[in-house]
Design a protein around this ligand. Structure first.
Ligand code: FAD
Length: 432
């Protein structure tokens, strides 16, 4: 009987378990938190009190992995949002033209989405999810990871495994374990954004015409916000500030902070809405990528997955979609057996992360307030994207191409393909 153990039952761990199910006879997902049977927040995922979007590509992959998930979520109250005719995007200060890209997204609170995915993963034959189980460290035999030591209800235990997957998030322990085992640790790339999120669920006093409003930061104003319909008629308001310009949590200062970024109708809807709970804040110092794919030596029996590999700036909403794509890659790597699995998987994951990390870096570095090295190519791309946003305010073809790119439906190169490039260049000259 083969056995895989996944550490952490957040979205990364659950999606990894989905990839492993059926390949290993048994898959055990261990989680330190008690897992709420209802839709509740939990300590190990502090970000679950804030707006969470699954990108257009992520929504497709989740539906392929869990057929019927989207309609079940919608039946349970989640909102389906057609892009971007039902979504208002204001980027570089321009509201993008509405267009029907043919792609839609599912909008629900993070606990609702995670619980639905957890239920589906738990239904797989051979998969067991064990809450209240704290991972203490790896079991190692002659340089191979052979399981983990755990603590359950204060009692020590062991879980032997053919494969251990660290999906314990950006604070996952693999780096420390590697050092203790005498293996090299990965280099880290980081982009310091010094960001704070402040979020609150509200009920608008009047129906609001869009299902999603997203206002991005601009040079000189490193703040932005999301106003998004969720299940049960609730709306999530998440305001964010980068480069140390953090949102306040007293009502008057908060309303003024919202007003700096929001168009008048959005500001009005937010400040008149009925608050359904307190403000919640979350500090996010930096995007962090660990270059496991560059390691020459890595212990067999261990993998690193999800945010433990790369934690992206959350304002671009990419983490769960990348974890879903990593799960697809892991499944593919498993077809060739366990030989060299870790390095094969890390290379495949790097191929997924590279373009997303670049999208992040280019967008972050468009703000002069964010420190970082700007190559001539970055500067050129930033000027091009600012112009694209300006043209995209009137040109649905350009707006649609951009939406599909940031939704990871198409590669970044598609915004510079001839049909789009010509419209941006010529449209940009006309609009000037
Ligand atoms: C403020 C914020 C907003 C975000 N918004 C979005 C968004 O809009 N869209 C998006 O796609 N992504 C978003 N993300 C990222 C997204 O939350 C993650 O990419 C996603 O949760 C996958 O991460 P993960 O499962 O790898 O790690 P995590 O979500 O960090 O989960 C780690 C899990 O490991 C468990 N754990 C930790 N230590 C132990 C231990 N010792 N023993 C057992 N269990 C342990 C934790 O309890 C937790 O369940 C956001 C992140 C932040 C911070």
């Amino acid at each position: 009987m083969t056995h895989a153990v996944v550490l952490g039952a957040s979205m990364g761990g659950l999606l990894a378990a989905r990839a492993l199910a059926g390949v290993y006879d048994r898959v055990t997902v261990v989680e330190r938190d008690a897992l709420p049977a209802d839709v509740g927040n939990r300590r190990g995922v502090p970000q679950d009190k804030h707006f969470h979007t699954i990108l257009l590509r992520g929504a497709q992959v989740l539906e392929e992995m869990f057929p019927g998930l989207t309609s079940d979520l919608v039946a349970a109250g989640a909102r389906r949002v057609s892009f971007n005719d039902e979504a208002r995007f204001v980027l570089s200060g321009h509201e993008l033209a509405r267009t029907v890209t043919g792609a839609s997204d599912i909008q629900a609170t993070r606990p609702m989405l995670e619980r639905a995915v957890r239920a589906r993963v738990g239904d797989h034959a051979g998969v067991r999810i064990v809450p209240g189980c704290d991972v203490a460290g790896p079991m190692v035999d002659r340089g191979r990871v052979t399981g983990v030591r755990v603590v359950v209800d204060g009692a020590d235990g062991v879980l032997e495994a053919d494969l251990v997957v660290d999906a314990m998030g950006r604070y996952g322990r693999s780096r420390a374990w590697l050092t203790a085992m005498g293996f090299p640790t990965p280099e880290e790339d980081r982009i310091d954004v010094d960001m704070m999120y402040v979020s609150r669920l509200v009920r608008p006093v009047e129906p609001f015409r869009d299902k999603l409003v997203l206002i991005g930061p601009v040079p000189g104003r490193t703040t932005g916000l999301v106003f998004a319909a969720q299940e049960d008629g609730r709306w999530m308001v998440t305001v964010a500030g980068m480069a140390g310009d953090h949102p306040p949590t007293d009502e008057a200062a908060y309303a003024a902070f919202v007003e700096r970024a929001a168009p008048p109708d959005v500001h009005q809807a937010i400040v008149t809405a009925e608050p359904l709970g307190p403000f919640r804040s979350h500090r996010f110092p930096a995007s962090l990528r660990r270059r496991y794919e560059r390691l020459r030596r890595f212990p067999p029996g261990l993998l690193v997955f999800g945010d433990a590999l790369c934690g992206f700036n959350p304002i671009y909403g990419q983490g769960m979609t990348v974890a879903a794509l990593e799960a697809v890659a892991l499944r593919r790597c498993l077809r060739d057996g366990e030989n060299g699995l870790a390095l094969r998987f890390f290379r495949a994951a790097a191929g997924i992360i590279d373009p997303v990390w670049q999208l992040n870096a280019v967008a972050d570095l468009a703000l002069p307030e964010i420190d970082g090295r700007r190559t001539p190519a970055t500067r050129l791309l930033n000027r091009y994207i600012a112009r694209l946003h300006r043209v995209g305010a009137h040109d649905p073809v350009v707006a649609g191409a951009f939406m599909r790119t940031i939704g990871l439906l198409e590669p970044q190169s598609s915004i510079t393909r001839p049909g789009v490039l010509a419209r941006v260049v010529i449209g940009g000259m006309r609009r000037r």
